[in-house]
Design a protein around this ligand. Structure first.
Ligand SMILES: Nc1ncnc2c1ncn2[C@@H]1O[C@H](COP(=O)(O)OP(=O)(O)OP(=O)(O)O)[C@@H](O)[C@H]1O
Ligand SMILES: [Mg+2]
Length: 262
């Protein structure tokens, strides 16, 4: 495929991207010649050791920090500032504490330029989707951590991004809430077919969600391995976890992550 044709098929395209930070002790190389793509409606998961450069890669795609060399393209356009229609969900929720659930979600609608006359209906749909309808007028402090994450997800969905960058969005959640959120995300993604680039340290979560998993080395991040996860969809996460295909994939990812230690 030519570079132009590849950019056409891909929502996100990183070509030979290197990134470093200037620090008090000199230049710190964080990302080393990474090339990757996320196609339309594809769910790609990044895994790699803490501090290897995963968040740096996501922030570069969101236009929040610049690549030192190589190019980053979103929907065929070179990134040099936050691209339109990219949603970013951080590990820590960034809800506005003085606004209610409804108002926090409306922030996403306002950003997307949705006419205020449509907000009530759209908020109601999103709250139903996230099973938060009863908490429409609650403030973030009155919600559990998992509920706050669902509101953050709702705000991102309200923005209707074609591309969703999710940096350990369920990292701080307990096992059950994580499973529920994973299920909700898959349900929404299967219905709406957005492109997702998702970072996690949880290998089982990675296999359960991904079409493709990219494994990074310790810093500077280089791609060690790429695994296509050919598990059928829609996925029933509980049944999946017991299958030998599932455990085969998790073992392969663990091995890829450990390969530098041997
Ligand atoms: N703004 C910055 N200035 C200088 N160094 C930075 C900056 N942001 C990150 N780093 C360094 O870059 C490296 C990669 O950080 P990054 O946050 O991308 O890692 P990560 O893979 O997301 O790690 P984790 O899994 O722990 O979230 C780390 O060594 C970190 O100290
Ligand atoms: Mg990170």
């Amino acid at each position: 495929m030519t570079a132009a044709a590849e950019a056409e098929a891909s929502r996100i395209l990183l070509d030979n991207v290197s990134i470093s930070y200037e620090t008090d002790h000199g230049r710190l190389q964080v990302v080393d010649r990474v090339s990757l793509t996320v196609d339309k409606a594809e769910f790609v998961v990044l895994v790699g050791p803490s501090g290897c450069g995963k968040s740096t890669i996501l922030r570069a795609i969101a236009g929040l920090n610049a690549a030192e060399s190589g190019s980053i393209t979103v929907d065929g356009r070179r990134v040099n500032g936050p691209p339109e229609h990219i949603g970013f969900m951080f590990q820590k929720d960034t809800l506005l504490p003085w606004q209610t659930v409804r108002e926090n979600i409306e922030v996403g609608l306002a950003l997307a330029g949705v006419s205020p006359s449509l907000w009530t209906k759209r908020v109601a749909e999103l709250l139903a989707l996230l099973r938060l309808s009863e908490f429409r007028d609650a403030y973030p402090a009155q919600l559990s951590g998992g509920m706050r994450h669902r509101v953050s997800l709702g705000r991102m969905l309200a923005y209707e991004p074609a591309v969703m960058l999710m940096d350990e969005p369920f990292g701080a959640l307990d096992f059950q809430t994580k499973a529920v959120m994973g299920r909700e995300l898959l349900r929404i993604w299967e219905a709406e077919r957005r492109s997702i680039l998702f970072v996690t340290h949880d290998i089982e979560e990675a296999v359960a969600l991904a079409d493709r998993i990219i494994v990074f080395s310790p810093r500077p991040a280089r791609i060690l391995a790429e695994h296509r996860i050919a598990l059928p969809r829609p996925r029933n996460l509980r049944a999946l976890r017991a299958s030998t295909d599932f455990t085969g994939y998790t073992r392969a990812i663990w091995e890829a992550l450990g390969s530098e230690e041997e």
